[in-house]
Design a protein around this ligand. Structure first.
Ligand code: NDP
Length: 386
């Protein structure tokens, strides 16, 4: 690996800073002015509720449309992200770090007693910096947690589309690339179609905004979830531009058989049904605990927890669905290298860890009701295994 080239590529140019600034400015303006359903978040400990404008799908479609028009008019290069991958990565990393410093300082100075802005300072600098000190910090009326996760998911799609444009330009488009792109587009579009479900997820309701979330949303999601594409049919120099420092990226040309491609589609489909089905059932249940689940009245424990449908199969079958989806994104790359499997492996570790933390939180919150749920549904994520 050419270390000099790698280090040079890591220094953000003004162009990459401008790309990033325009992207965030677009998201801030589009998020504030485009129409979208105003969804109330969960009730916080102080009885207040935040409201989230779910217009991410419209913002995304409009952005892709504007980029398409811009490229037709030779005003925008569709390969700008794939050409400046490492620069954009380091610019985003530096931005995340600066945001975190500002959030930490603002959080420590906050005198608010409300659940959202009340500072949670443990005195352990690393802990406070990593997990953050405020639950829902805002900037100019924008909920930063909701904003950053949207920026990360859209960024992932934009990186993928730029890699796709590059592979079309290079004439290296393969079946593997098409499958990977298709699965990711469906996953990301689905995320924005159901953006309101995000408002009842652990990140939004329980996690404070610290470096872990800012870095996770802005750097980790877009730049690492797209690794499969980078290892798929691009030349070595382009791969280097995409890769995260120090990783070996292989330029595998994968010959997928028809049977393998069909099996891959099945893994995606089953993953999608379980992932979306489970998250939907929980969301519906939280809104109306009497709503039918799989055509039958729901089994409810202690009036609070759903124990039928996907939630009667495993206590986090939504994680199982997500893991199958992650696997389906990597399978098009074949099995000759573990590098494209970075995302499913990372997600496996993250979700097992998260499930443990969520379990501890729910056990403390629901006490006997949670114990009863665990008795009734003994599997955490994988039925009959774990
Ligand atoms: P969940 O959506 O599973 O939310 C957990 C919360 O749901 C619990 O804290 C509890 O909150 C409530 N709950 C748990 N069990 C029940 C039940 N039986 N009945 C009713 N409510 C219940 O977790 P996450 O927010 O972590 O994940 C949401 C989605 O996001 C998942 O599909 C996950 O795979 C995905 N995800 C993806 C990541 C990625 O990097 N790709 C990272 C993280 C998550 P309450 O106190 O409100 O009852």
């Amino acid at each position: 690996m050419d270390l000099g080239f790698l280090l040079q590529s890591l220094i953000p140019s003004w162009n990459s800073v401008a790309v990033l600034a325009i992207y965030f400015a677009y998201l801030a303006v589009a998020g504030s002015i485009l129409p979208g359903k105003l969804v109330p978040g969960v009730t916080l400990q102080d009885g207040s509720r935040l409201h989230y404008r779910c217009n991410g799908l419209l913002a995304l479609v409009l952005l892709v449309g504007l980029l398409g028009i811009g490229s037709k008019m030779n005003f925008v290069s569709l390969t700008v992200i794939s050409d400046r991958g490492l620069e954009l990565l380091s610019a985003t990393f530096i931005f995340s770090f600066l945001v975190m410093l500002v959030l930490y300082a603002a959080g420590c100075r906050s005198r608010s007693k409300g659940s959202s802005l009340k500072p949670h300072i443990t005195g352990n600098l690393i802990h406070d910096w990593w997990y953050g000190v405020q639950l829902n910090p805002q900037f100019m009326g924008i909920d930063l947690k909701f904003f950053f996760v949207r920026a990360g998911m859209m960024g992932w799609l934009l990186i993928n589309l730029s890699i796709l444009a590059k592979s079309v330009q290079d004439g290296s488009l393969s079946l593997s690339m098409i499958l990977y792109q298709l699965f990711c587009v469906l996953y990301i579009l689905d995320y924005f179609v159901y953006e309101e479900y995000m408002t009842s997820t652990w990140d939004i309701i329980a996690e404070r905004l610290g470096f872990m979330l800012v870095f996770g949303d802005l750097v980790w999601i877009p730049f690492t979830f797209s690794i499969q594409a980078c290892t798929n049919g691009l030349d070595r120099k382009t791969l280097l531009v995409h890769c995260i420092v120090g990783w070996w990226l292989l330029n595998n040309k994968v010959e997928l058989t028809k049977a393998a491609a069909i099996a891959n589609c099945f893994v995606f489909l089953i993953g999608y049904l379980v992932f979306r089905g489970a998250n939907k059932q929980k969301h519906i249940f939280k809104k109306n605990p009497k709503e039918l689940i799989w055509g039958k009245p729901p089994k409810v424990i202690g009036g609070k927890l759903l124990a039928s449908g996907y939630w009667g199969i495993a206590r986090h079958s939504n994680y199982l669905g997500d893991l199958l989806l992650a696997l389906s994104f990597s399978l098009p790359c074949g099995i000759s290298s573990p590098i494209p499997y970075f995302y499913p492996i990372y997600l496996f570790i993250l979700l097992v860890w998260r499930e443990r933390r969520d379990e501890a939180r729910c056990s403390e919150k629901y006490k006997d009701v949670w114990a009863e749920y665990c008795r009734l549904v003994p599997w955490r994520i994988f039925p009959y295994l774990y």
